[in-house]
Design a protein around this ligand. Structure first.
Ligand code: ATR
Length: 270
């Protein structure tokens, strides 16, 4: 049976084995998918051991996405823009390719939610790995402007330097005063049950406040954005399933249906 896995540290909470097992059933694919806890200083060894044991491909999560980028023989354009790899696969000649499906996962999830990204202006909060990975795919989807705001403005400027003038970097206090139909929280503030400290007025005309993180309860950012007038609030569970679906497609050539898997995940979290 073809073996796949997700590598991370920690990895115990990963939903990926559940998601890919559901996809495999749905698409009638014979495969196994496991979670592998790689030692923080031995990701490459852990991956090589898996390959030696017949591993065909993998997902890579924190803190190894940049190391995966270095390890691949070649990387996709979107992985280059992200500076990170979340999906490994081999070609027929045995070359190891690195791709990044996080950004397209977000775009697909936003489209599933009925957001028209064409000519849309987005306020993107945070300038870590999560943010860097989604800017390119959002621009490719037709977004007219990404205002990339970060608590530490220098990091936002460093990401914006990889893109054209459609990406505007700033600190939280310098966010331009204009309507933002879509506001995305790509900071890790939710891990400490906090929200990015921006002025509430930026969400007054917001159709969708999207938090790339998720939890059993609405995140601090979701609850707060509702109070500020954002019409709809969504967490990042859909993005998680959608990025997994893109990886599954790379490996198996089949596009799984996201909706039933998302429903089951929500039931599990509740
Ligand atoms: P990830 O890979 O998840 O993006 P990261 O690279 O460590 O993680 O980046 C975390 C991001 O969340 C950064 O943009 C960070 O802001 P700083 O660059 O100023 O550190 C942001 N972040 C974390 N906690 C935050 C908080 N409480 N408020 C605002 N931003 C926060």
């Amino acid at each position: 049976m073809d073996r796949y896995a997700v590598f991370g540290n920690p990895i115990g909470q990963s939903k990926s084995p559940f998601i890919h097992t559901q996809f495999a059933e749905q698409c009638q694919q014979q495969l196994s998918y496991e979670a592998i806890l790689a030692p923080v200083d031995a990701f490459a060894d852990s991956w090589q051991t898996f390959v030696a044991q017949g591993g065909c491909g993998a997902n890579v999560t924190a803190p190894f996405k940049q190391q995966a980028y270095q390890l691949a023989d070649s990387v996709s354009e979107r992985a280059k823009l992200a500076g990170a790899v979340n999906t490994f696969y081999f070609d027929e000649s045995g070359k190891l390719h690195g791709d990044n499906t996080d950004g397209i996962g977000l775009v697909n999830d936003l489209q599933r939610l009925g957001i028209n990204l064409n000519a849309c202006r987005i306020l993107l909060l945070g300038a870590g790995g999560a943010s860097r990975g989604v800017v390119g795919p959002l621009l490719d989807a037709g977004v007219s402007q990404v205002v990339l705001a970060n608590r530490t403005p220098e990091k936002a400027h460093s990401i914006a330097a990889s893109f054209d003038s459609r990406v505007l970097a700033c600190g939280f206090a310098q966010i331009p005063h204009q309507p933002y139909p879509l506001v995305i929280n790509a900071t890790s503030s939710g891990l400490s049950h906090q929200r990015p400290d921006i002025a509430g007025e930026h969400l007054q005309h917001t159709e969708l406040a999207y938090d790339m993180s998720y939890a059993a309860q609405p995140t601090a950012f979701m609850s707060w954005s509702k109070q500020q007038g954002a019409k709809q609030q969504v967490d990042g569970l859909g993005m998680l399933v959608a990025q997994a679906a893109e990886a599954f497609y790379i490996w198996r050539g089949k596009k799984p249906d996201i909706a039933p898997v998302l429903t089951r995940l929500k039931q599990q979290l509740a």
